[in-house]
Design a protein. Structure first.
Length: 94
């Protein structure tokens, strides 16, 4: 954590968040003024919201965008984009 303060990065990218420790670290990183890009595993935004730690992240509106991807039409297919409040901004199927 001290490295974040001393190096002052503008963006931090992390993979597969989901634990209570991750939530604590995310709060710290955002509190330091860093932007954060993170990945989680779930089948939908509703699935993510139903998970205890991840649901808390959504409720706190810590992220500006939620991007849902799948393998439905190939690896990394963009399905939907939501804003911080959960409003659907983009959907490939309409």
């Amino acid at each position: 954590m001290m490295l974040i303060r001393s190096m002052s990065p503008q963006i931090i990218a992390v993979d597969e968040i989901g634990s209570a420790e991750d939530l604590e670290a995310i709060d710290y990183v955002i509190g330091c003024g860093c932007k954060l890009i993170a990945t989680v595993h779930g089948s939908s935004i509703e699935d993510i919201q139903s998970k205890p730690v991840l649901g808390e992240l959504v409720k706190k509106q810590l992220f500006e965008r939620y991007v849902v991807m799948s393998n439905r039409k190939g690896v990394g297919h963009l399905e939907k984009i939501y804003d911080a409040s959960g409003k659907l901004l983009y959907c490939t199927d309409g």
